[in-house]
Design a protein around this ligand. Structure first.
Ligand code: SF4
Length: 706
C-alpha cells in the first residue's frame, strides 16, 4: 500500500482545464498519474481547484481510443444516436495507422481536387498546444487552400475579441487577474469565477479581504455576489441598458478623465451624444436595477484610484455581445481606468489554451498574431515564411463555426477535419449541427474518446491526452507556459503533432518538424508578439508573458501604458444601442434558457465525466429552476422535467436554485444524455459571429424519461 503511493517520477506541467493556467506537478508511477500537486506558478501560487487537483484520471479511462477506427460499410449512416462506447465495434472497425491515415488524408485531398479548395474546413482545438494550433491552421491554409478554420473561441469570446480589436487594437487582456489585488474597485459582469475560474476567484476574495470593493453585475446571483460590496441583478439581456446608464452618470456628472480622453482616444463626442439618452431613471425599469444604485456604482468605478473590469460569457454570448463589450471598453476609456496596475479590461478566457489557439491563427479571418488575411503585405509575409509562391494563400476570410454547419447543409462544405472539438455537443441548435456533420462526404475526427462528434466520423484517429505530450499553452493573462509530457499515450494512440503532420503529407505538404520546439521557433518568427520567447527560455522559466518582442525582454503583464496598438496609437469609442435577444419569450415558450458550466464538469463533459471524483460529485444532468417556478409546476427538487424550445427538447432532473430570477432556467451543457444545445439558438452576433447561448425561449413541464 505504502509503496503504491510513492511516485517514481514528478513532472512539472500546467492544468488542462480553464484559462487561469494553474501550474501543477504530476506524480507518476508505472505510467499512471497517482496524484497532482499545485506548483508555485504566477497565476496560482500552488493553489488548485477541484478540477485541477482531481480531474486527471480521464487519461487512464478504459474508454480511451487506442486504435484508429474506420466506419464499417454496413454501419447505420450517422443520424441521431445513443452514446454507447461498449458498442463501438458495431459501427467502426479497427484499422492500421497506414490505412486510416491514407483513407483520412487521401479522401480530403480528393474532395479538394474535385470540388475546390473551399469545399473543406477544419476545427482545431483550444485544448491543444500552441504548436498544434499553429500547425493545424497552417495545414488548412496551405493544404486545404482556404481560411475555413476555426475553433471554440467562436463560441466563447469572439464578440469580446471583435470589440477589443476594434476599440483598443488587441484582443487579449490588458492586466492579469492577479491585478485585482491592486485594484480599489473590481467590476465582474457576466462571469461566475467561483465556478468557471475557481483559483482566480480565490484572488478576488483575497482582494476583498484587503479592502477592494467588488461589484458583481449578473442576472444570476453567483457565490461572489454574496460577499460583494454591491450586487446588481439586472434582467437577462439588458447589459447595454445598464452600462449605458452608468456611462450617462459618469458623463453628466463630469467624472470623465478629460486628459485621458483628449490624449489617448478618438470618438468620444459620438459616445457622449449616444449615452445622453440613457439616464438611470429611464433605464432602471428596463434593466431592473434602481437608478440610485446605478449612480452609486458608476461614481465608485469612475472615481477610484484603480478600477478593473472582468467579464465572461454572460457578456459575450449574445447577438449583441460585441455591443456589450464595446460598452465595457468605453467605460474604461472615459474614466482612464486602463494602462496602469489594478485597472483595465480582462475577458476571462475559458479553455486552458483558447488565448493561445487564437493567437496562433486558429481563426478564419486572421493569420497568426491577428494579422488580417486580406492584407496583401501579411499574405506576402506568410507566403515567404511558409515557402509558398506569392498569391497562393486565400485572401478572403473563411467561414466561422456556425457558418460552416450551414455551408455543409447547403452542399458547399463536403469534408472536414476536426481535432479535439465536439461540435455535436457544443454547437447551438445541436440537432442541426449533428445533421450537418452526418451529411458530410468525409469526416475525420482526431480525439481521445468516442465523442458525440467522433461517432459521426468516417475515420477516427486516436490522439494523446494533455499529460501525454509537450507543448506551450497561453493562459488568460497572456502567459505562455510549458506543459510537459508526463505519461505515454495508451495502445496505438499517437501525439497530435505527429498526426497533423501525417495528414499534411497526404495533402501534398512537405513538412519536416522533428521536435515541438521547431514548430515553436517557426511561430515566434511569424508572430512578433512572442518574438522574444525562445523554447529554451520557456524550458528554463516555465512561463513568459507576451508581448515579448526581443530576447531578454521580460514581457509586459500590464499593457497600453502609453499607447494603444491602433494606427493612431489611440483607442476608439464605439457607441452601442439596445438590441433585443433574437428569440424573446412568448405565450408558447414563456421562459428563458441560460446555459453555462458547473464547477465539477468541463464543457462537453468528455474528460470530467470520465473522472471518478468529479463524476461522483455531479453524476446526473440537472436543470437549475427557481423554487417558486418549480412549486408553480407542482414539482419538487429531484423531479424529472422536460425542457423544450423550437429546436428540440431534453429531459433531466430539476434542482431548486434561486440564483436565477424567476422565469429563467440554467442548464449546464456537459451532459450528453440531455444535450442542452439541442435547444439553443444559432442566431449570431454580426461582428463576432458568436451564437446566442445565453438567451432563448423555452417551456418546461414535469415528467419525461432521463
Ligand atoms: Fe485548473 Fe482552472 Fe482550476 Fe486552476 S482554476 S486548477 S487552471 S481548472
Amino acid at each position: 500500500e505504502v509503496a503504491l503511493t510513492v511516485p517514481d517520477k514528478k513532472v512539472d506541467s500546467v492544468c488542462p482545464y480553464c484559462g487561469v493556467g494553474c501550474q501543477l506537478t504530476y506524480n507518476i508511477k508505472d505510467n499512471k498519474i497517482m496524484y497532482v500537486e499545485g506548483r508555485d506558478g504566477p497565476a496560482n501560487h500552488e493553489r488548485l481547484c477541484v478540477k485541477g487537483r482531481y480531474g486527471f484520471d480521464y487519461a487512464h479511462h478504459p474508454h480511451r481510443l487506442t486504435k484508429p477506427l474506420i466506419r464499417r460499410a454496413d454501419a447505420p449512416k450517422r443520424g441521431d444516436f445513443t452514446m454507447d462506447p461498449d458498442r463501438v465495434m458495431d459501427v467502426f472497425r479497427e484499422a492500421t495507422w497506414e490505412e486510416a491515415l491514407a483513407f483520412a488524408g487521401d479522401t480530403l485531398a480528393q474532395i479538394r481536387d474535385q470540388h475546390g479548395k473551399k469545399s473543406l474546413a477544419g476545427f482545431g482545438s483550444a485544448k491543444g498546444s500552441n504548436e498544434e494550433a499553429y500547425l493545424f491552421q497552417k495545414l488548412v491554409r496551405t493544404g486545404f487552400g482556404s481560411n475555413n478554420v476555426d475553433h471554440c473561441t467562436r463560441l466563447c469570446h469572439a464578440s469580446s475579441v471583435a470589440a477589443l480589436l476594434e476599440g483598443i487594437g488587441s484582443g487579449a487582456v490588458s492586466n492579469p487577474v492577479m491585478d485585482v489585488m491592486k485594484a480599489e474597485v473590481v467590476i465582474i459582469i457576466g462571469a461566475n469565477p467561483t465556478v468557471n475560474h475557481p483559483v482566480a476567484a480565490t484572488w478576488i476574495k483575497n482582494a476583498m479581504k484587503n479592502g477592494t470593493k467588488l461589484i458583481v453585475c449578473d442576472p444570476r446571483r453567483s457565490e461572489l455576489a454574496r460577499t460583494a460590496h454591491r450586487y446588481l441583478q439586472f434582467k437577462p439581456d439588458t447589459d447595454v441598458a445598464l452600462l449605458n446608464a452608468m456611462m450617462h452618470v459618469i458623463v453628466s456628472e463630469g467624472l470623465v478623465d478629460q486628459h485621458f480622453i483628449a490624449s489617448r482616444t478618438i470618438g468620444f463626442e459620438e459616445l457622449e451624444r449616444n449615452v445622453a439618452g440613457y439616464s438611470p431613471e429611464l433605464m432602471a425599469p428596463i434593466c431592473g436595477v434602481d437608478a440610485d444604485t446605478i449612480r452609486y456604482v458608476a461614481r465608485l468605478y469612475a472615481t477610484s484610484k484603480a478600477s478593473m473590469i472582468l467579464w465572461g460569457m454572460g457578456i459575450s454570448q449574445h447577438i449583441h455581445g460585441t455591443d456589450n463589450a464595446r460598452c465595457l471598453i468605453a467605460l474604461a476609456l472615459m474614466t482612464g481606468q486602463i494602462g496602469r496596475p489594478g485597472t483595465g479590461l480582462h475577458p476571462l478566457r475559458g479553455q486552458n489554451n483558447v488565448q493561445g489557439a487564437s493567437d496562433a491563427g486558429l481563426i478564419p479571418m486572421m493569420f497568426p498574431d491577428y494579422q488580417h488575411v486580406t492584407d496583401p503585405a501579411v499574405q506576402e509575409r506568410f507566403a515567404k515564411a511558409w515557402n509558398l509562391a506569392p498569391g497562393v494563400l486565400d485572401d478572403k476570410p473563411g467561414l466561422t463555426v456556425v457558418e460552416i454547419m450551414h455551408a455543409i447543409k447547403e452542399g458547399k462544405i463536403r469534408g472536414m477535419y476536426i481535432m479535439g472539438e465536439n461540435p455535436a455537443m457544443s454547437d447551438p441548435d445541436a440537432n442541426h449541427a449533428r445533421e450537418a456533420l452526418a451529411a458530410l462526404d468525409h469526416l475525420v475526427v482526431q480525439d481521445i474518446f468516442l465523442t458525440e462528434t467522433a461517432y459521426l466520423a468516417d475515420v477516427i484517429l486516436p490522439a494523446s491526452a494533455f499529460p501525454e505530450k509537450t507543448g506551450s499553452f497561453t493562459n488568460t493573462d497572456r502567459l505562455v507556459q510549458m506543459g510537459r509530457q508526463a505519461i505515454d499515450p495508451p495502445g496505438d494512440a499517437k501525439q497530435d503533432l505527429w498526426i497533423i503532420q501525417q495528414i499534411a503529407t497526404r495533402l501534398g505538404l512537405d513538412w519536416s518538424y522533428n521536435h515541438v520546439s521547431e514548430v515553436f521557433d517557426e511561430m515566434r518568427h511569424t508572430m512578433p508578439s512572442i518574438g522574444g520567447i525562445t523554447w529554451e527560455r520557456l524550458e528554463r522559466e516555465h512561463a513568459v508573458t507576451y508581448p515579448c518582442l526581443n530576447e531578454g525582454d521580460p514581457g509586459d503583464p500590464v499593457v497600453f501604458t502609453d499607447t494603444f496598438p491602433r494606427e493612431s496609437g489611440r483607442a476608439r469609442f464605439v457607441p452601442a444601442d439596445i438590441i433585443p435577444a433574437d428569440e424573446r419569450p412568448d405565450d408558447e415558450y414563456p421562459m428563458v434558457l441560460i446555459t453555462g458550466r458547473q464547477l465539477e464538469h468541463w464543457h462537453t463533459g468528455s474528460m470530467t465525466r470520465r473522472t471518478a471524483v468529479l463524476d461522483a460529485i455531479e453524476p446526473d444532468p440537472v436543470a437549475l429552476v427557481h423554487p417558486l417556478d418549480l412549486a408553480a409546476m407542482k414539482g419538487k427538487p429531484g423531479d424529472v422535467v422536460t425542457i423544450e424550445s423550437r429546436r428540440g427538447k431534453v429531459t433531466l432532473y430539476a434542482r431548486a436554485d434561486d440564483s436565477s430570477p424567476r422565469g429563467a432556467i440554467f442548464v449546464p451543457f456537459c451532459y450528453y444524455e440531455a444535450a442542452i444545445n439541442k435547444l439553443t439558438n444559432s442566431a449570431l452576433d454580426p461582428f463576432g459571429k458568436i451564437p446566442e447561448f445565453k438567451y432563448c425561449a423555452i417551456r418546461v413541464a414535469l415528467g419525461g424519461q432521463v
